[in-house]
Design a binder for this molecule. Structure first.
Ligand SMILES: [Zn+2]
Length: 165
């Protein structure tokens, strides 16, 4: 039986939603969403409509403003506290990441912000090549974070001369 996950903010049971082969868990209490390790990758690109659908779904359940100071526990690992970090070096969006399982909690609105950071198909191909090269070389959460940082550097570089909005 699938593990029952609880919203780290409101304590309500998270509702599973399938997007193709990926299943994320949505909080109908606050509009936040839980992504198991690597799952966020399926939703962040601007031209992927799954991300658009999910961002809209999250907003439907928005309830109050998230408190940026509030600490959350991992829905999967229970007593492990999620680490707040910037999603990438552009420092526009903060995410909560579990140091144990590598899953990510996003507050309502954050997926839409992340999607704005990500480029068109041509740039995406360049960035994802870099990313998956690093990804293949990694099998630990720590290595994954490093590869994420490498990808961020590439995106930062692209951001210096590509005016996407
Ligand atoms: Zn965890």
């Amino acid at each position: 039986m699938a593990q029952e996950l609880k919203c780290p903010r409101t304590g309500v049971r998270l509702t599973p939603h399938k997007f193709g082969e990926v299943e994320i868990h949505l909080s109908e209490g606050c509009g936040g969403a839980w992504f198991d390790r690597y799952e966020l990758e399926h939703f962040k690109w601007k031209d992927h409509e799954a991300g658009e659908r999910l961002a809209a779904l999250m907003e439907r359940f928005q309830s109050g403003e998230p408190d940026p100071e509030e600490k959350h526990s991992c829905p999967r690992c229970g007593d492990v506290v999620l680490h707040r970090r910037f999603y990438n070096a552009l420092r526009k969006v903060e995410i909560d990441e579990c140091p144990a399982c590598g899953g990510v909690w996003l507050e309502v609105g954050d997926l839409a912000k992340i999607r704005k950071l990500y480029p068109t198909p041509e740039e995406r191909e360049r960035v994802s090549k870099e990313f998956f090269k690093a990804y293949r070389e990694s099998d630990k959460v720590k290595d994954f974070q490093e590869s994420n940082q490498k990808m961020d550097k590439v995106i930062d570089f692209l951001n210096t001369f590509i005016p996407w909005t």
